[in-house]
Design a protein around this ligand. Structure first.
Ligand code: IPM
Ligand code: MN
Length: 345
């Protein structure tokens, strides 16, 4: 028998509620001969309030031993901004070299997307996950004075850019449309922009089947709303990717449906899968959270580990469920039950 050894970080707010449903669907879809072993990690705001710890080194070491990580959501209003983001979420992405932050967008049926009725949204953003302005390479002097100078330097290495661009070409080549768009701002950020564009063009020569396009990030936000069908695979840096994937989520069905994978394609470290939404403390405990984004993140997890058929079953179940649930009010658990029943049956 095979074993799927999964680390689970339920986290804060609605995190534990949506993760419970994600695990339920995972149990239901896994083949009989695969044994699911889960190990829960108490990380997030609760832990920080209780102990002042965000991610102790010993926990990081233990997390390394798993096949993958499923994360619910991190953060609450009582924790100063930046502590859990840097000390936990980004620490995990950096420590486990999650250089591909994969965020697919499909237009699901019966959502309140402003683009509802347009059947042509089906693209995936490959967001760089370990560099850019996220690395914390900055500082300020004369802090708190009228003469304060604050720098936040975007780090872009030839190695880091090439590996994520290459991954995006691979993904584009495997898709039907085979189109890759680089999103940057190389008319202003000329140094980083030059590295990205040159790398994009050079690596592209190895992928003659893939057609390419370049857009400045501001223009890309227009087309994501007015002409999303032009996109197939998008590759972009960490910060641009953060911003455009929220926009992509909004136009393709809402943040309640947006899934993501923080992927280490080399499989040297476990990849981590999480809904794009946050901990939503305002609805925590009310049973109102939609677990669908977590369930779709479980599909990405399965696909990464080679369970393509099971991942596809989850995607189909979500599409069918969204078509059927239209107009009804569902609890978190009811949606989890409905999806588990569909993937099992
Ligand atoms: C996301 C989030 C994170 C990010 C924050 C919470 C650090 O917005 O996953 O998109 O900026 O990457
Ligand atoms: Mn974000």
């Amino acid at each position: 028998d095979r074993t799927l050894n999964l680390a689970v970080i339920p986290g804060d707010g609605i995190g534990p509620e949506v993760v419970a449903q994600g695990l339920k669907v995972l149990e239901a879809v896994l083949p009989q001969d695969v044994k699911l072993e889960t190990h829960e990690y108490d990380l997030g705001a609760r832990r920080w309030h209780a102990t002042g710890e965000t991610l102790p080194d010993a926990e990081l070491e233990r997390l390394k031993e798993h096949d993958a990580i499923l994360l619910g959501a991190i953060g609450d209003p009582g924790v100063p901004s930046g502590i859990l983001e840097r000390g936990l979420l980004l620490k995990l992405r950096f420590a486990f070299d999650h250089f591909v932050n994969l965020r697919p967008s499909r237009l699901f049926p019966n959502t309140d997307s402003p683009l509802a009725g347009r059947p042509d949204i089906d693209f995936v953003v490959v967001r760089e996950g370990t560099e850019g302005p996220y690395v914390g390479n900055g500082g300020s002097i004369r802090t708190g004075t009228p003469q304060e100078v604050a720098n936040e330097v975007s780090v872009n290495t030839a190695f880091g850019v090439e590996r994520v661009v290459r991954d995006a070409y691979e993904r584009a080549r495997a898709r039907t449309a085979k189109k890759l768009t680089l999103v940057h701002k190389n008319n202003v950020l000329v140094h980083a922009g030059h590295l990205w564009k040159n790398t994009f063009d050079r690596v592209g020569q190895e992928y003659p089947e893939v057609s390419t396009d370049y857009l400045h990030v501001d223009a890309a936000t227009i087309f994501l709303v007015t002409d999303p069908a032009r996109f197939d695979v998008i590759v972009t840096d960490n910060l641009f990717g953060d911003i455009i994937t929220d926009l992509a989520a909004a136009v393709s069905g809402g943040i309640g449906l947006a899934a993501s994978g923080n992927i280490n394609p080399d499989r040297e470290f476990p990849s981590m899968f999480e809904p794009v939404h946050g901990s939503a403390p305002d609805i925590a405990g009310s049973g109102k959270a939609d677990p669908t984004a977590t369930v779709l993140s479980v599909a990405l997890l399965l696909r990464h580990l080679g369970f393509e058929a099971e991942a596809a079953r989850i995607d189909e179940a979500v599409t069918a469920d969204l078509a059927e649930r239209a107009g009804t009010t569902r609890s978190t658990q009811e949606t989890g039950d409905a999806l588990a029943a569909r993937v099992a049956g």
